[in-house]
Design a protein around this ligand. Structure first.
Ligand SMILES: [Zn+2]
Length: 757
């Protein structure tokens, strides 16, 4: 199966979505396009995890009827809110209303929050110092904390009077100038009161989660909560305010490393330096995140019916609690973007649910929060428990589409183990170019297990790797090769197949069992190896005699596509490439882009990326170039009185003994691997003559593929069309001058090709 890309090329996940840093990355269009290969819009799809709200919305939007079971109330809430597609105006109106609401003391919420983020401007001659009403004109964007300190040490922000932007070193005076907060113990107790009484074992769990909030954030969040629940807002307004609150509740915790990095936390861990955001700004920014949906989607609660035109049927609970059971003939496909183990997300979800919806709200999470285990072996079992129930709920022929995002070895193993143990067998799979997303399709039918021995597993893994690399044609990173092995072993019935002597071996054992294969020097030649097996790249110690490199194959496909049409959408290019490079063969994005930039120019058309073949790259123009260059080479030979020989592929300059001194391969492409392999036996210098526009590509190929580099012995060189023309036009050309100049302008790789030729 080719990897199915999203609508937007290159595939980049959307980050302007609420709480997305805890959820599987979402690529617009990927889920629905993939699903479309298996089921028509209008049919029923079941998402048994409900942990990828954005995929669920996308599928419903594409016209499917999606039954979602979600036992995380926050995920369910995201679906509920986004299904109504609030507009930016609506979100901002809700925030304005919330900001105006007054506490018992008569202060409005907005004033109360903002007062915690206003300091005097550090610029001495700022006009704010002359006007008492503007004395605190410096608005803090974020406080910066260092681990184990009682106060933040810096603040970044901007003066509203003079516009000065800076990072302030905070002094005691700064801290004292802020309005005092209520006593810490009181607010922490209040924050827990809503969720669990002191005797409840859940209390201790939540106490720990609350400790990831600064006093200021915690206090302000509680003030927001009080206002949302105490005022007379409509239920719609309350829902939108709760949505904003969730975003602020995430902005206010300590899980934001400073300076900004990936910030996709999986564990409650306080970074050594972290940032505490201005919560009012968090609320303002959140308006945009929650207004990200263009169209509302029909949302019903299970077991209400959905119209043929699609929508979401939500069940807030576990799959096994579905009541009544759905008719097994109804659901045609399973789709899930599998949840990964994420302690931070589940714990924060518990806290937030308790805050927003009280003890009742945290009910569905209670058990998992109390029995917290977040190792991968446990996670595999948790996934399996859900997957194993599917056979009672859907038709037996239903394809099961499981997507694994942010792929890593243990997540892969947990997912494959869960599916296999649930009684599925793998039909097909494909990975994204960056090997960070894996699309797998399973069917209901227990995998046929073969008799297990560790040697059998390793032999099979060797065979799988050899087959794969021979086709792949260049060294591969660990993750790609490892995934190929695991999927191959799964289909051969050799995975998770030890006899009962070891009841349930930890999942990382399977990875360790394969380490000797990776470190086997008779199998692999390793480039840039490190200590662990997951570093460097792997190539075959005994490669096939002839093979074509990945980069050449992809270039060939792109050239073929442009031959049909000089203008191609980025999406169609990706589809064509993935179609010819199915499974784990999907090439990486950078390679594709570098090849495209060598031939074409990127444009936007109707909001879609497309590539237009450059004028001088027209195939007829290039054919003429080649013809004229071959003539030039011949004329040079004549001019220098060198004996020559001509074949379809090359022009040879010969010495008096008929040995090749120079061989010219004139090419319009940078597809060089086969030429190098087929002509390595020639004597003399071997020159690949290519357009200047290919020079960057060819050096990129050599840079990324150390094996190709090794194949290019010293006697292979690249010559640009223009150099050869210049040499020919020199009236004083001699053999010595030719020998000197022909190697004088080797191509170099530059990231941007702009200033090159
Ligand atoms: Zn100022």
């Amino acid at each position: 199966m080719p990897f199915v890309v999203g609508h937007v090329q290159p595939d980049t996940p959307r980050t302007d979505l609420p709480l997305e840093r805890f959820l599987p990355p979402w690529h617009d269009g990927m889920a629905s396009r993939w699903l479309n290969n298996y089921a028509a819009p209008g049919s029923w799809v079941l998402d048994p995890f409900g942990q990828s709200p954005f995929s669920v919305l996308e599928i419903a939007h594409a016209g499917y009827r999606v039954l979602v079971t979600a036992n995380n109330p926050v995920s369910a809430f995201i679906i509920k809110v986004l299904a109504t597609a609030p507009t930016l105006d609506e979100m901002q109106a809700a925030l304005t209303l919330l900001g105006k609401s007054k506490s018992l003391s008569g202060q409005s919420l907005i004033e109360h929050i903002q007062s915690q983020y206003h300091l005097p401007c550090p610029v001495p001659d700022c006009a704010s110092h002359a006007d008492n009403t503007k004395a605190k004109s410096f608005e803090v964007e974020r406080y910066i904390w260092h681990e184990n300190q009682k106060q933040p040490s810096q603040a970044t922000g901007k003066c509203k009077v003079c516009g000065h932007t800076t990072e302030l070193e905070l002094t005691d005076e700064h801290h004292k100038s802020l309005p005092p907060l209520p006593p810490v113990a009181m607010s922490r107790a209040l924050a827990l009161e809503k969720i669990a009484p002191p005797t409840d074992p859940l209390r201790a769990v939540m106490e720990d989660v609350v400790s990831y909030y600064t006093d200021r954030s915690l206090n302000l969040l509680l003030s927001i909560l009080t206002q949302i629940s105490s005022q007379e807002f409509s239920s719609r307004q309350k829902m939108l305010m709760q949505a904003l609150f969730l975003s602020a509740a995430d902005g206010g915790n300590q899980l934001w490393a400073y300076p900004m990095g990936r910030n996709r936390p999986r564990q409650l861990l306080c970074p050594p330096v972290y940032q505490e955001f201005n919560l009012w700004h968090s609320l303002e920014n959140a308006c945009h995140l929650w207004a990200s949906q263009e169209k509302a989607i029909t949302l019903r609660y299970y077991p209400e019916k959905l119209p043929q035109s699609g929508g979401i049927c939500l069940f807030e609970g576990r799959l096994r609690e579905l009541d009544p059971k759905p008719d097994p003939r109804q659901i045609e496909t399973i789709y899930a973007n599998l949840p990964r183990r994420n302690q931070a997300w589940w714990n924060l979800s518990g806290l937030w649910s308790g805050w927003l919806w009280g003890k009742e709200g945290v009910k569905t999470l209670r058990n998992s929060l109390l029995k917290q285990r977040y190792d991968w072996t446990w996670h595999a079992t948790a996934l399996e428990k859900v997957l194993a129930r599917l056979k009672y709920l859907v038709r037996p022929a239903a394809p099961i589409l499981l997507q694994v995002s942010e792929l890593d070895p243990l997540f892969l193993l947990a997912s494959v183990k869960a599916a296999q143990s649930a009684g599925f067998s793998l039909r097909t799979a494909a990975c994204s170019g960056g090997v960070n997303i894996l699309q797998t399709v399973w069917k209901f039918s227990p995998s046929q297990l073969t008799q297990y021995s560790i040697n059998k597993v390793r032999d099979a893994a060797r065979e799988i790797a050899t087959d794969f690399l021979s086709n792949w044609g260049e060294p591969s990173g660990y993750m790609r090769l490892f995934t190929q092995m695991i999927l191959g072993l799964q289909t051969r019935g050799l995975l998770f197949n030890q006899d009962a002597t070891q009841a349930n071996p930890p999942i990382n054992k399977t990875q360790e069992d394969l380490d000797p294969v990776f470190t086997d020097p008779s199998l692999f030649h390793r480039f840039s190896p490190g200590v662990s097996t997951d570093t460097g790249t792997y190539w075959l110690a005994s490669p096939p005699e002839y093979f074509s490199t990945l980069a050449d194959n992809v270039e060939g496909i792109i050239r073929q596509e442009f031959l049909h049409s000089p203008q191609l959408s980025a999406l169609d290019i990706a589809k064509a490439i993935n179609h010819k490079h199915p499974g784990m063969m999907t090439p990486d994005h950078e390679l594709v882009q570098t090849i495209l930039r060598s031939y074409a120019t990127r444009n936007e058309q109707d909001g879609q990326a497309c590539w237009v073949l450059n004028e001088n790259e027209q195939f007829t123009t290039r054919a003429q170039d080649i013809k004229s260059l071959r003539e030039i080479i011949e004329k040079i030979a004549r001019k220098l009185a060198i004996k020559r020989q001509i074949s379809e592929e090359a022009i040879y300059f010969l010495d008096e003994h008929d040995h090749e001194t120079y061989t010219f391969f004139v090419s319009a492409s940078a597809m060089i691997s086969e030429t190098i392999q087929h002509h390595r036996g020639l004597s003399g210098k071997k020159l690949i003559v290519l357009p200047g526009g290919r020079a960057n590509l060819v050096s990129y190929k050599l840079r990324r593929d150390p094996n190709l580099q090794a194949m290019m012995q010293d006697d292979w060189h690249f010559v640009k069309f223009r150099l050869l023309r210049n040499i020919y036009e020199n009236p004083l050309l001699t053999r010595e001058l030719f020998a000197y100049q022909i190697l004088g302008d080797p191509p170099e790789y530059r990231v941007s090709q702009l200033a090159l030729f």
